[in-house]
Design a protein around this ligand. Structure first.
Ligand code: AMP
Ligand code: MG
Length: 474
């Protein structure tokens, strides 16, 4: 394989299409993540213009490719999707480098293949913030603003986003072939996934069952992590669930301010299928679709394969529930040698308290350190709070306050990318102003650190700033 060439190409032309990015008028590269480029061993040689490449205005060494896949969108199966506005332009040290918003491809259907600037700004800031928060995710390499006018729910300028991912394989990639009954292609894809993402299992006896387990293990760890920072993905379709276990496809996603277990931001999620609290059930539903796709590889006797995978799904559901409890026990600092069911009840009491009083999820958890020192300023007084306080304080009474506060502050962030700030940054970048975008990006690199300079970013939105709905904008 030539340097920077995509390893995915070896699967053959049935798995992708070669594409040529469309011209982007007035392209301006306004963000480039040098640190990430170094991390993945990418360097543009002298004489190569990053802006031309990352806007899609010039091809980088190899022909870009758009991948084919299928997927369940809001529960309904679509047998043919694919990268309708994206193409992988290179692979570096095992990482895909993909342009998003670079024009039409054979999978664009009725879309124009372009992206408004809004989703570019949102994905850049949110995925880097997620990374800094310790949540596995695709990363942001670059962001370009164009002078093209893009019409969606609003009219704005366009953009091109460069995403870095461990791979762009999705559950939907497997569903595409499984739905056609093409077992050989499912197997080729599975072998490729194992070689690229899970080489440690390649000598396992039940190879494809091991693949299922690896993917399931990653996903049942990921979703509780989202929930521990108040993240709502918004479009957990099976084509947006990654085989690598990275958070992928930042669309109408958002972090919640006030805690609400039933919270939905996405304008297209009318029934709340992907509400904050539903994310637990949905990931199991998506993993069941992955299991369906792998059935013939698990056992040629379908009945036996079904039985095996049902047992696996049950096991991973239990693991998911446990991971979820543990993430929250960590946030209360009670995931120690004395951790018990009573601690889970304590978490529940605290979350019901947040929900009832509509308290800010991030800031109220962060204030637990203050509560240790007797400061209750950030808490609303009520009976549930009093009950929680006395139980929690007695539960953690033996801990060293200084050290314990530090531990809590490493899991309860000071900063998250709040929607109203993201929206403001989008408006400004659309106007060719970058100050807020850069400042937010800087602040979100260290989300667990108290920093007076960035205190303004820790405040919840004022009533008139609250973002009630988010849009895909695709
Ligand atoms: P998403 O919900 O953003 O993951 O997108 C679902 C499907 O729509 C994928 O196949 C995308 O490639 C496709 N898509 C999204 N936006 C566009 C667009 N502007 N032009 C063409 N296809 C798109
Ligand atoms: Mg998608």
């Amino acid at each position: 394989m030539k340097k920077y060439e995509s390893s995915y190409k070896k699967l053959g032309h049935d798995f992708y299409s070669e594409v040529k990015p469309e011209k982007a008028e007035g392209a301006k590269l306004f963000a480039y993540n040098e640190e990430l480029a170094n991390e993945i061993g990418l360097n543009f040689d002298d004489g190569i213009d990053k802006e031309l490449i990352l806007s899609g205005n010039q091809t980088f060494l190899h022909s870009p490719i758009s991948l084919v896949y299928a997927g369940h969108q809001f529960g309904h199966f679509n047998p043919k999707l694919g990268d309708g506005r994206a193409c992988v332009i290179a692979e570096s040290n095992g990482y895909d480098i993909q342009l998003k918003g670079s024009g039409r491809t054979p999978y664009s259907r009725r879309g124009d293949g372009k992206s408004p600037i809004g989703p570019v700004v949102r994905e850049y800031l949110l995925s880097e913030a997620m990374h800094a928060l310790g949540v596995p995710t695709t990363r942001s390499l670059a962001a370009v603003r164009t002078e093209e006018v893009i019409m969606r729910n609003t009219v704005s300028f366009g953009g091109v986003f460069t995403r870095v991912a461990k791979s762009h394989l999705r559950i939907g990639s497997f569903q595409y072939w499984a739905a056609k009954g093409k077992v050989e292609q499912v197997k080729e894809l599975a072998d490729y996934a194992i070689e690229r993402l899970y080489p440690d299992i390649k000598n396992d006896k039940d190879l494809y069952l091991s693949l299922f387990r690896e993917v399931a293990k990653k996903q049942v760890a990921l979703i509780p992590k989202w929930m521990s920072v108040g993240f709502i993905h918004g479009v957990m379709n099976t084509d947006n669930t990654s085989i690598s276990g990275e958070t992928i496809d930042y669309g109408p996603c958002a972090f919640m301010d006030e805690f609400d277990y039933y919270k939905v931001f996405s304008s297209i999620d009318r029934d709340g299928r992907y509400a904050y609290g539903s994310q637990l059930n949905i990931i199991m539903w998506n993993l069941a679709r992955f299991a369906d796709s792998l059935l013939p590889l698990i056992n040629s006797d379908t009945e036996k394969a079904v039985k095996t995978l049902e047992e696996e799904l049950k096991y991973f559901n239990d693991l998911l529930v446990m991971n979820h409890k543990r993430e929250f026990a960590k946030k209360l600092g009670v995931l120690d040698e004395n951790y018990s069911d009573a601690d889970d009840e304590l978490v529940e009491t605290f979350l019901i308290y947040l929900q009832d009083e509509k308290l800010d999820f991030t800031n109220t958890f962060r204030a637990l350190g203050d509560l240790l020192r007797g400061s209750e300023e950030k808490f609303v007084q009520n009976d549930r709070f009093k009950k929680f306080k006395s139980r929690w304080l007695s539960r953690v009474s033996k801990k060293d306050i200084e050290k314990f506060t530090q531990e809590l502050n490493l899991v309860n962030p000071y900063l998250i990318p709040r929607n109203h700030l993201i929206e403001e940054a989008i408006i400004q970048v659309n106007d060719n102003k970058y100050e807020l975008f850069y400042e937010l990006g800087e602040a979100l690199k260290n989300p667990f650190q108290d920093n007076k300079d960035f205190a303004k970013f820790s405040a919840p939105p004022k009533e008139n700033e609250v973002v009630k709905m988010t849009f895909c904008g695709t």
